[in-house]
Write a protein that binds this ligand. Sequence first.
Ligand code: C2E
Ligand code: CA
Ligand code: CA
Length: 672
Amino acid sequence: MSDVAEFIMPSPEKAAWVIDIAQGTVSWSNAIAKQRFGDALGYDRNGLLFIDRALKQDLHEFLSRANASEPLCFHWLMRDVDQCLHRCVAKVIALGEKTHGFSVEASPCPPHMAQQLPRTYAHSSLSERLNSIVLMTFTGSGQQHFFSQKACALFTNVGHVKELFAVASAANHFWTRLQSGTVVDQEIRLATVEGIRWFRVEAQRNQQTGMIDIYAQDIQELRDYEVALYRLQNYDELTDLPNRHLLYQQLERAHKMATQRQRRYGILYLDLDGFKVVNDTFGHRLGDQLLQEVANRIKATIPSRSCLYRLGGDEFVVVLEHVQGVDELERIAHSINAAAATPYPVSDLEMMITTSIGIACYPEHGDGIDALLKNADAAMYRSKSITHNGFHVYHKQLTDRYSAYMTLGGGLRRAIEEGQFELYFQPKLRASDEVIVGAEALIRWQHPEWGCISPDQFIPIAEESGLILPLGEWVIRQACQQIKQWREQGLPALAISVNLSGRQFMQPDLVEMVRKILQETGVDPRYLELELTESMLMSDADETIEKLHDFRKMGLTLSIDDFGTGYSSLAYLKKFPIQALKIDRSFIQDLSRDSDDDAIVKATIAMASSLNLKVIAEGVENRDQLQVLTDYRCEEVQGYLFAKPMSNKEFAHYLAQQNIVHNDDQITDSDA
Ligand code: C2E
Ligand code: CA
Ligand code: CA
């Protein structure tokens, strides 16, 4: 992304110099001018810089023809000693009573800009620029009279002055204005032998001769430059979508129209789910490719009268004017969710990414642009916190939650210091006889004001802020202490699994940290299991595999969490020393009702067992699901059907009443 501020506030240092035409000398108005353009403008003699004789001659001639009362101004592009592109503006100024000069100012073009222009651009010096000035005289009735050399080269067979113009109506308008005695000074397209080009044209009827004098300066290059600059300021380079700048412009217009005519307009605020993980694991090049694909797909999905903008990163906005009602926006959101979620083929991989969308509509959800954008954003966060790949319509209470969200980051830091976290435990059971075989540790944040906050809400913030590292360490230590404590209380030993986040997994001293905690707490590593996600394994493979082997050597169990939602196949997983797969909750949800999910689960279990991997189904909520899972020979299950996550005390109580399998029956020493 380009930095718009760069254009709004160009570097204050403009190079400036003055050319004295009578003397043929250049005097620098500032040091930067001499430094940047010293060699480009002339030759040094006795400490004075002279322009070359031919240029001096041209300038003389030019000024003698120019109408001294009309201040003339030229624009061109020029490169300095370092080949950096500058935009030059020269004005004719009076230096004495009869002497004239040019005052020139050069401002640097933005660096990205210069890269985008063709190399051939901007070698022009002032003399070339003067050479490109076209001088023409026509008779009072419009017939060709005098053409300078350049004019002859550019325009052949001009019968009437109107034939210079590319557009007939512009020609007529020009002619009428001249007839009425107006001095014409405008930018207009002329039909040259090189094609249609933009010129700045100055024309007037000479009072003494009755002739029509025309000066024209070719400004096509400058126009191209300005168009490119406009694109750079208003469009996103990666996706070619309009950016925040244009979004505000359209919103201002839409808002004005809507208030005048009492209409509605709507905003959809989109954010990709888990895009950061894609970037971190696959690198930015692939991330960029994915963004382009997603942008194209969304663009193809939304109605043609709506417009898609990229705000930066993985955030997009859709604006729809003249909306009938909120349900119209909901339908669009629904189709974006559906379209975005089908896999993307990106360099040999089948990538999956989903979107979360927030909806706000004028006037019901805010009375100004900023309020609507903020509220759509808040609704988007809300949607993300409930589920991925969904949408949410703004409602008033959200604003409070949103400000809460924004302060979560600050709160997290304090929460670690003040010990507001707690581990909950959810049992894992053997499917065949519902005997407890282990438990998953799930973190809970008891906020002093807001109550219990879901890990889905704060883990992403902890990831972003880096606080996940101390937090993750706390989880592992706490889980180990819990194992030890239960053991001391005489409860049978159970394996506890902890979740690792992506950033935590990349932590270089992770293995050492875990080893140290196990030593400190004296816990047998066989009772500690790590839940990883597919995306963690896709990153830098060698290091990842090494890390996994280190854990295996220590005796830990490794499992893949949320299996099926990521990018990898079972065949791919074979490379890694893992022992178990947890089939994602989303596949279990519709089991026995959705035949697609049935088929996926069945195939996953069959293939996993052929690879010697244990399969756990998470999110089991009813007997029908359990029945299907046992039919397919799924070994372990976890879910609300058996128990919700519980505090350590509740869990100890629960354990005391249940059948528990002795862990030594479960854990074998063989590597998968
Ligand atoms: P997860 O690893 O997929 O954990 C399972 C989530 O599903 C838990 O949500 C659990 O409460 C919920 N769940 C269990 N059984 C059922 C069921 O039958 N139905 C439904 N609808 N849900 C069920 P929870 O505790 O809110 O955790 C959410 C996610 O936060 C976890 O998803 C995990 O990715 C993350 N998380 C939790 N604790 C930690 C932690 O200590 N470290 C890290 N890095 N992530 C954690
Ligand atoms: Ca988990
Ligand atoms: Ca899961």
